[in-house]
Design a binder for this molecule. Sequence first.
Ligand code: 13P
Ligand code: SF4
Length: 321
Amino acid sequence: EQEKQAYIASIKVLLKEKDAVLIAHYYTDPEIQALAEETGGFVGDSLEMARFGNQHPAKTLIIGGVRFMGESAKILTPEKTVLMPTLEAECSLDLGCPVDKFTAFCDAHPDHTVVVYANTSAAVKARADWVVTSSIALEIVEHLDSEDKQIIWGPDRHLGSYIEKQTGAEMLLWQGECVVHDEFSAKALKDMKSVYPDAAILVHPESPASVVQVADAVGSTSQLIKAAKELPNKTLIVATDKGIFYKMQQMVPDKELIEAPTAGAGATCRSCAHCPWMAMNGLEAIESALKDGGQGHEIHVDEAIREKSLIPLNRMLDFAA
Ligand code: 13P
Ligand code: SF4
């Protein structure tokens, strides 16, 4: 605890010294989210993080999250220094969608509009017509479908099929998945629900269709937090990364939040779902990113790729505005 406090004190000084602001995702550990809030930074979903960094005047952005979030910040604000606690914080969706293979997939269907999830590399975004996050994906696909566009969707197959079902659009789906959400099990959830019959089930749409099917609310991280407030239920079973519990519990202090079980877990699962890459965002790593002048922590995006990827990213931000 003493060591933690020393890191926090040192990070606070460094943030001021470097004119830096900490922007964290809901899936980072509670102490990182608390630090972002305490220091005038921000905690939010992927879309809100991109917006906040884009508008904030600080010279340096430090992104508590995974690499695609740092890259999005750099694409939007190339004049800023963008740091990550570690450049090794990946995402299985990004890793499962290499640019050469994805480009070949798109090239094979040249008449299609290419929509990619924000959880992709800058190079994949550069090949896309639209970038979306889970907060805005439904609306954007609905819009494209109303214009009779044929759509390629990548990389999350679960989110893709959920959107197909909701909008009636038929899309060519890349077959990627999130290692965290893919593990939720409908069977284990139903077993848990029998223990808590009055509970509502909240599900992130990166989860398999069978899990989404038993949900009372489906949405991005920020939408799930909103649903937690709005649903009348006093008990909520939540199928997304456990990092979200910090903010969600703050919003609904009187409700009982229960982690949804992953496959193989019993009816009383605890701490099952946590992204291994989000977990890399520790206090020590943040201090070292700020201290070392960015050595080994700074996000760089090739300028030609940046210019191309900015177009679909801005299209999303303009649509969301
Ligand atoms: P959102 O915060 O946009 O719902 O993103 C979820 C996610 O998996 C980020 O890694
Ligand atoms: Fe990627 Fe899933 Fe981790 Fe989010 S939780 S960063 S989608 S692997």
